[in-house]
Design a protein around this ligand. Structure first.
Ligand code: SF4
Ligand code: MG
Length: 275
C-alpha cells in the first residue's frame, strides 16, 4: 500500500538539505510510518532537535517542532514534557549532538525516565560541521580531525543508556527497515524514556574517507556486520568479533518522572501550611 509521507511534511520546506546517499531520509520515513501506525495526531506530537544534519528533521515535519542549540535538545524536550505531559515528545539527534555535547543531558534523561523517545541518527561522525571525530567514530577510522586514524575508543550508546537507567533501549540500522519500523513504534509507545540507536550513514563526511566504494556499499555492510540479538546471545566471543547486535535490549517499567512530579505537587498542595 502506498504511504503518503506528504501528509506529515511541511512540503513548502522541501527539498531537504541532505546529501544524495544520506541515510537520514530512510530513518525519517521510518519515524513517520511509526507515528502513523500509532495514530498520533499532529497537534499532539512535538519533535525536538539540537544541531547537526539530523537536527534539520523537525523543520520538515508538520507538527509542533523545536530546533534548538547544540546538545541541548533533551533539555528543551524535558521542558516541553514537564509543561505538556500529554504531548508525545520525540528527540532526533546525531551521535555528536546526543553523546558528546549533549552527553550530560543524555545520562540524566535516562535516569529520570521521562516519557520521551530519543532517536539517535548514529552515523559515526560530525557530518554537518565537516567530518570531525565523534564519540561513536570507530577506532582507526579516518576523520578530518584524525586523518591518520582515530585513536579513541567509541561509546556504545545502547550500553550507556541501559547503565544510565533508560527503560526501553534498542538498536537498529537504516538497512533493516522492517525491524526499524517495528522498533520505532515500540519505542514511541513505551511509557518512560526510550532510546533507539540507529546505525546509519554519512557518505559525504565519513564514507568516502573510509574506503567505501559507494553509498550502497556502506548501507549493505549492515547485512554482514550486525546480528539479531536472539542469535547474538547464543554466539561465542570469537563469533561476535567485528559484529554489532541489533534488536530490543531492554523493555521494562519504572516510575515515570512527570507522573511522580504531579504526585509531589499534590502532596505539596495538601500539606498543612506552616504559617
Ligand atoms: Fe547526510 Fe553526511 Fe550529508 Fe549530513 S553531511 S546530509 S549526514 S551525508
Ligand atoms: Mg553524526
Amino acid at each position: 500500500m502506498t504511504f503518503h509521507y506528504q501528509q506529515y511534511l511541511r512540503n513548502d520546506n522541501l527539498p531537504h538539505i541532505w546529501c544524495p546517499g544520506c541515510s537520514h531520509g530512510i530513518v525519517t520515513k521510518g519515524i513517520l510510518r511509526a507515528v502513523d501506525s500509532l495514530g498520533w495526531q499532529k497537534d499532539d506530537m512535538c519533535f525536538v532537535s539540537g544541531i547537526g544534519c539530523a537536527s534539520r528533521l523537525p523543520g520538515y515535519i508538520d507538527a509542533n517542532t523545536l530546533h534548538t542549540t547544540h546538545g541541548r535538545a533533551l533539555a528543551f524536550a524535558t521542558g516541553v514534557k514537564m509543561v505538556k505531559s500529554n504531548m508525545h515528545v520525540v528527540i532526533v539527534s546525531g551521535d555528536g549532538d546526543s553523546l558528546a555535547i549533549g552527553g550530560n543531558h543524555f545520562l540524566h534523561s535516562c535516569r529520570r525516565n521521562i516519557d520521551m523517545t530519543l532517536i539517535i541518527f548514529n552515523n559515526n561522525i560530525y557530518g554537518m560541521t565537516g567530518g570531525q571525530t565523534s564519540p561513536t567514530t570507530p577506532f582507526g577510522a579516518t576523520t578530518t580531525t584524525q586523518p591518520y586514524g582515530n585513536i579513541e575508543n567509541s561509546i556504545d550508546a545502547v550500553n550507556l543508556a541501559i547503565a544510565a537507567g533508560a527503560t526501553f533501549v534498542a538498536r537498529t540500522t537504516a538497512y533493516h527497515v522492517t525491524q526499524m519500523d517495528k522498533i520505532f513504534a515500540q519505542a514511541l509507545a513505551h511509557k518512560g524514556f526510550s532510546v533507539v540507536d540507529v546505525m546509519c550513514d554519512c557518505w559525504t563526511a565519513y564514507g568516502r574517507r573510509n574506503s567505501f566504494k559507494s553509498q550502497v556499499d556502506m548501507l549493505e555492510r549492515y547485512k554482514d556486520n550486525t546480528v539479531r540479538l536472539e542469535k547474538w546471545n547464543k554466539m561465542s566471543e570469537e563469533e561476535r568479533a567485528g559484529k554489532t547486535p541489533i534488536g530490543v535490549f531492554l523493555d521494562i517499567q519504572r516510575p515515570e518522572y512527570c507522573e511522580e512530579q504531579h504526585k509531589v505537587i499534590e502532596r505539596a498542595m495538601s500539606a498543612p501550611s506552616e504559617h
